[in-house]
Design a protein around this ligand. Sequence first.
Ligand code: AMP
Length: 193
Amino acid sequence: MKRVAIYCGSATPADPQYIEGARTIGRTLAERGIGVVYGGGRLGLMGAIADSALAAGGEVIGVIPQALVDAEVAHRGLTELHVVPGMHARKQLFTDLSDGFITIPGGTGTMDELWEALSWSQLGYHSDPVGLLNLAGYYDHLVAFWDKMGEVGFLRPQHRDLLIVDGTLDGLLDKMAAHVPTQPIVRMKTTDL
Ligand code: AMP
């Protein structure tokens, strides 16, 4: 992967391990020569990822809607900042500019981005790996829910491996590099759905 879209929180949790984790991830990606595409904000884990990747000489591309620029949350020191009209254009550009997705801890916006990357992959709108970094066990319940969807049958067996999970960035990047695209819904027969 040359560039990954990083989805993460715009908040700063009281527990410092989240911000510290984000800084380590930004630095490690830059050291491994992997560019970062992200939401273009300067706050919370988003700002920490961008600042640490830039400080380590990495490429950081932000994609932010005009409304958030107007709210003055845009990071002004990025390699590139794309200002787009709204969220739909933003998420399309995340997909177009990156060749993989990594979600680290975050809230509602982060969940929106993760599930869209998974849903678009399942349907066949992209075939890039979708990784979840389970930093500090933050996503234990989400991983359990993913398994539950598979057990009940709302997630098809062909798509259970779409969510790639690891507790470390190195482990996650290795798994993502080995990702083999699965059969998307657009290429399945009605009888298999
Ligand atoms: P959340 O997890 O709710 O903090 O939302 C974070 C995600 O939503 C990021 O990956 C961004 O794409 C978007 N987002 C939410 N808040 C902001 C913000 N203040 N500045 C830029 N992007 C944001």
